[in-house]
Design a protein around this ligand. Sequence first.
Ligand SMILES: Nc1ncnc2c1ncn2[C@@H]1O[C@H](COP(=O)(O)OP(=O)(O)O)[C@@H](O)[C@H]1O
Ligand SMILES: [Mg+2]
Length: 162
Amino acid sequence: MYRAFFGLQTHPFGVNPDPRFLCMLPHLKEVLACLAYGIRRRKGFVVLTGEVGTGKTTLIKTLLSSLNSGDVATSFVFNPQLEVLDFLEFMMADFGIEVRSRIKSQMLLQLNQWLINRHRLGMTSALIIDEAQDLSLAMLEESGDGNRKAVANRTFGAARTR
Ligand SMILES: Nc1ncnc2c1ncn2[C@@H]1O[C@H](COP(=O)(O)OP(=O)(O)O)[C@@H](O)[C@H]1O
Ligand SMILES: [Mg+2]
């Protein structure tokens, strides 16, 4: 109805944030540049925080599309309220890794191998966690300290809060 009446190319009131409609305000440009810099330079962990509705998820989606067109592999966890094994499986699958086992040690081994191979080829891998404030304490340990040990800092985590 709106499309026909206003002559719009697409529906204007989508439920999910759509990066195509991002209004790139100056401060958002800076945030995007900082996130991209942190990932490309492998700075480790970057945290983006802000009030609800300030455009964090929309910005992350813009970031993802710019990274995926380069040599950065990304895994975007949009709901981190998962058990450790489910989290690992989701992350690996989203990285494009064919998960061969549901045994944690095997999964970490496979992930580590994959990250090392990419690192050797000079490629970056980025893990982005939306709604990171919902991470359980156990999961926070895994994605932070545990993961850092397991992947020796080759994974980048953009943890963020609402
Ligand atoms: N800079 C922006 N340009 C266009 N739309 C925006 C912008 N910031 C927020 N929005 C819109 O506001 C809504 C909430 O944005 P969202 O990215 O989900 O915020 P957050 O993740 O910070 O809670 C979305 O519909 C989004 O499209
Ligand atoms: Mg959000």
